[in-house]
Design a protein around this ligand. Sequence first.
Ligand code: NAD
Length: 323
Amino acid sequence: MRMKSEIAGEAAKQRHIQRSIDAKDKSRPKAKQQRAMQAGARNYPEPPFPEQHQPKPGHEWAIEPAPLYDAPYYLGSKKLDGKVALITGGDSGIGRSVAVLFAREGADIAIVYLAEDKDAQETKEAVEKEGASCVLVKADVSKREHCHRAVAETVGKFGRIDVLVNNAAFQIHSQDFSEVTEEHFDTTLKTNLYGYFHMAQEAVPHMKPGSAIINTGSVTGIEGSKALVDYSMTKGGIHAFTRALSGSLIGKGIRVNAVAPGPVWTPLNPADKEADDVAKFGADTPMKRPAQPEELAPAYVFLASPHCSSYITGEILPVVGGY
Ligand code: NAD
C-alpha cells in the first residue's frame, strides 16, 4: 500500500516538474537565429561567405575573405628557441600559420609545398618578418624520393630537424562512393598516408631526443564524412599512425601527437567543395563558423614545445569548435 502511494507520488512530482517547464517554454520568446561564437582576441569571419571555387591545389591569395594567420595578439616566449621545424603544406592555410607562430617562438622553418609558389613566397616573408630563416622546398610528398630530398635540403640548410609537422593533404569530395575512381583513391592515400609515413621515416634519423612529430588529422577521421570516404579513411589512419608511432619512438625520446581540426578557412575547401557549399562552410558547427588558421596554430606550438607538452605523446587533440 505504502509502495503504491509512493509510486503515485513520484509520478505526480514528475508531472509537476513538467508543467513548470511547459509554462516556461510557452512564455519564452521564440529563439532568434544564433550568431556565431566569438571567443578570440579578435573577431573572426562567419558565414555566409562569397561563393567561390578554385582549381587544385588551391591558392590562399585568391580566397575571400583572406584567411587570418598572423595572430597579432599572440606573443612569443622562446618556446621553440633555436629549433628547426619542417612543415609540409606550410605555404598556406594551417601550415602557414604554424610556420609563423613557430618562428615567433624562435624556430627556423623549412616549408614543403606542391606548386603554390606565390603563397609559399608570402609565407617565407612572414616567417622572416618574425626574425627567423625560412627555406622553401617544392616537392611531392606522395613520392618517397621527394620526401628524402625535402629532409636532405632541410638538414643541408639548418643542420638538424627538431619538429616535423606532417600537414600536406589531398581532399576532394565525391557525393557517390561508387564514383571514387582508382586514381582519386590512390592520390588521396599516397598524399595523406604514404606522405606522412615517408616523411617520418626520412626525418626520424635526424631527430634527437626532445624532438616532436605533429600530424594533422581531422574531425573526419573521428566522425567520418559520407562525401569524403577515402579522405576520412586516411585521417583515421593518421590518428592510428600517430598513436602507434608514438610508442615506437618512445625509446628515441621523440614525441608524436596529432591535431584533429574541424572546419578551417583555408584553400583546401574552396578547392574541393561546390561554390554554394563554401558559402556555408562551418555554419553547422556549434560555434556556427569555421576556425581561422591562427586559431589552430597555438595547438601545434603546444605539442611541439618541450616546455609545454613533454609528458604528452600519442594524443589526438581535436580543435573542432565544440560538440
Ligand atoms: P591548404 O590547402 O592550405 O594546405 C594543404 C597543403 O597540402 C597545400 O599547401 C599543398 O601544397 C599541400 N599538398 C597537397 N598535395 C601535396 C603533395 N602531393 N605534396 C606536397 N604538398 C602537397 O589546406 P589546410 O586546410 O591548411 O590543410 C592542412 C591540413 O589540415 C591537411 O592535412 C588537411 O587535411 C587538414 N584539415 C583541414 C581542415 C579544413 O577544414 N581546412 C579540416 C580538417 C583537417
